[in-house]
Write a protein that binds this ligand. Structure first.
Ligand SMILES: Nc1nc2c(c(=O)[nH]1)N[C@H]1C(S)=C(S)[C@@H](COP(=O)(O)O)O[C@H]1N2
Ligand SMILES: [Mo]
Length: 317
């Protein structure tokens, strides 16, 4: 059911998860060595009263928004990658209620002065909610334009007071194999993990989103809180975050661990570096017929290319 036969160069909207093809092979090979569910990290959900009541009337527009036609709410919320909720693009919407978002807390660890467990409100309410209309470019060569509602990641991180030894930030998604149907299979090494270098995380374009189209984030889009890093491939924008850790060394991340030759740690959108199995030169904007050129850093080169000065992003992708 997962593997769809198609013409070689025809990446369609229904192309399920180029990201997954390699994994499936490895899954198969590793099936015999896979550990039992009991060895998985237990659920990280902690009881509390953190049912978010975010005031979406206080949202302001942002100068960082792009002026591109927004993808429809329907498409944004029915065509998703969220492997915890299934491998197909439609699965996350179908299985959305398997993600339990209330209560929700976020554990902060590592090299910072204010580690601990935070309620969602503590993360969000002190800061200005902004609408950020950003293109999202999946590594599978499709894209959307999404009007996120969120707060600048850097402002939140600063309030947790990272130490000078904090060179990276690591994020973990929810780990709840009892409820999340995708986690009963070792598609990835759960929980889903991502990471940024600290200066990337502090860049004003990076946000933690709690909504889209002026409303609460639907579960399939990573409720109640997810990262959005618009100049990187979509898989860096980790959903349903329960843990943030400051580290001295580059953290291991889910896709990079599963296929390091295909998914680099940085994974900035870069049309000149093909994925080993397909070109990244062009993309299909969901809802449009003709493909369009993919832009370096997904169109944000002026804002972010200085972060990578001196780095060879064709090797260190
Ligand atoms: N926890 C988690 N985060 C995730 C994913 C996932 O499977 N699990 N998929 C990633 C990928 S590959 C993409 S393209 C985007 C998709 O975000 P969207 O469904 O809101 O458009 O989420 C990213 N974040
Ligand atoms: Mo993706």
């Amino acid at each position: 059911m997962l593997i769809k036969i198609r013409r070689k160069h025809d990446v369609t909207e229904n192309d399920t998860t180029g990201e997954l093809v390699y994994r499936r092979r490895r899954d198969f090979i590793r099936a015999s060595t896979a550990v039992a569910a009991g060895a998985l990290i237990p659920g990280l959900m902690i009881p509390g009263n953190s049912n978010a009541s975010i005031d979406f009337s206080a949202v302001v527009k942002s100068k960082y928004s792009v002026k591109q036609k927004k993808t429809s709410y329907e498409a944004i919320t029915t065509y998703n990658n969220f492997y915890e909720l299934g491998n197909g693009k439609k699965d996350p919407k179908i299985n959305a209620d398997r993600l339990k978002t209330s209560p929700w807390s976020i554990t902060v660890e590592g090299k910072c002065n204010k580690p601990g467990q935070y309620h969602l409100e503590d993360f969000v309410s002190p800061y200005q909610l902004e609408e950020r209309v950003y293109p999202l470019r999946c590594v599978e060569a499709w894209s959307m334009v999404i009007p996120w509602v969120g707060v600048e990641l850097g402002n939140i991180l600063k309030s947790i007071e990272p130490m000078s030894s904090a060179k990276y930030v690591e994020f973990h998604s929810i780990d709840d194999p009892e409820n999340l149907p995708g986690q009963s299979r070792r598609v990835l090494d759960w929980p889903y993990k991502e990471g940024l270098r600290i200066d990337e995380a502090m860049h004003p374009l990076a946000i933690l989103a709690v909504g889209l189209y002026g409303k609460e984030l639907p579960n399939q889009n990573g409720a109640p809180i997810r990262l959005v890093v618009p100049w990187k491939y979509g898989f860096k924008s980790i959903k349903s975050i329960v843990k943030i850790r400051f580290t001295e060394h580059q953290p291991s991340t889910a896709w990079n661990t599963s296929a390091p030759n295909e998914y680099g740690f940085y994974s900035n959108v870069n049309p000149t570096v093909p994925h080993p199995r397909w070109s990244q030169k062009r993309e299909r904007r969901i809802g449009e017929f003709f493909k369009r050129d993919t832009l370096p850093f997904n169109g944000f080169a002026d804002e972010v290319s200085h972060l990578y000065r001196g780095m060879d992003l064709t090797k260190n992708y």
